[in-house]
Design a protein around this ligand. Structure first.
Ligand SMILES: Nc1ncnc2c1ncn2[C@@H]1O[C@H](COP(=O)(O)OP(=O)(O)OP(=O)(O)O)[C@@H](O)[C@H]1O
Ligand SMILES: [Mg+2]
Length: 227
């Protein structure tokens, strides 16, 4: 793929005797929204952890925007993640005792932003996700869908090149899931952020530009077929 932002080749990863990834090649274009589907235990989370540099694959390479993550030290990889990659996980990633605003500001502060600038950016992204009036509340006092939108605001606020989302709406009912997903994709598309989204839900996947299916640690089926 000529304009690939993410380029993975020959990815293999085992956990003890379990071969979670058995040779995956995948390119994701700049600005593309890619849905990753497949049965439970097929290797989806392992795949995005390797793509994002959270896990080092046993074999294969991952390049993001020209940087070969697999050649970086663990420290350099962590710094790259902080600066270039956003994450949305399903559960437990927000700090319950901090306000929504401080949760979103945290990665900005870790990246060296001044407090005033970090808070202004946090408020901006909370506003974009429809949470302007919730900024002072802690996630524990919010609905599940509101808290998920805070997590999305946090992932987008650093203006990463790519956001990885592991079933970001998996714990929500279908109406809230739709709203949260639309808010995330609209914000991502406006800033031309590349999105790699794991989902079990075909309706969610239908919002993507393309979908790939992971089966038994390999990409199968419509892997290379664009919509
Ligand atoms: N840290 C780990 N230690 C041992 N085995 C693991 C670990 N992480 C994943 N596995 C195994 O690797 C395989 C792939 O797991 P993975 O979490 O990638 O699946 P998944 O497709 O994300 O599943 P789900 O849809 O249930 O989240 C599974 O067999 C799983 O049990
Ligand atoms: Mg998973």
């Amino acid at each position: 793929m000529a304009d690939a932002l993410i380029s993975a080749s020959g990815l293999r990863k085992s956990f003890g005797p379990t071969a979670a990834l058995r040779g995956i090649d995948l390119d994701v274009a700049r600005g593309e929204v890619l849905a990753v589907m497949g049965p439970s235990g097929s290797g989806k989370s392992t795949l995005i952890h390797c793509l994002a540099g959270v896990l080092a694959p046993d074999e294969g390479t991952v390049t993001i925007d020209g940087t070969d993550l697999t050649s970086l030290s663990a420290d350099a990889r962590a710094r790259f993640r902080l600066e270039r990659i956003g994450f949305v996980f399903q559960f437990g990633q927000l700090l319950p005792d901090l306000s929504a605003r401080d949760n979103v500001a945290l990665p900005l502060l870790m990246g060296g932003a001044r407090r005033r600038a970090a808070v202004a950016t946090a408020d901006h992204w909370l506003g974009r996700l429809g949470l302007a009036d919730q900024a002072g509340k802690s996630p524990g006092d919010m609905s599940g869908g509101q808290a998920q939108r805070v997590a999305i605001a946090r992932a987008l606020a650093t203006e990463p090149s790519v956001v990885f989302a592991d079933e970001p709406t998996g714990s929500l009912d279908s109406l809230s899931a739709e709203t949260v997903l639309e808010a995330m994709l609209e914000a991502a598309r406006e800033s031309a952020t590349t999105v790699v989204l794991i989902t079990h839900d075909a309706r969610t996947a239908a919002h993507a530009d393309r979908e790939v299916i992971v089966r038994d640690g390999r990409l199968s089926g419509a892997a290379a077929v664009a919509r």
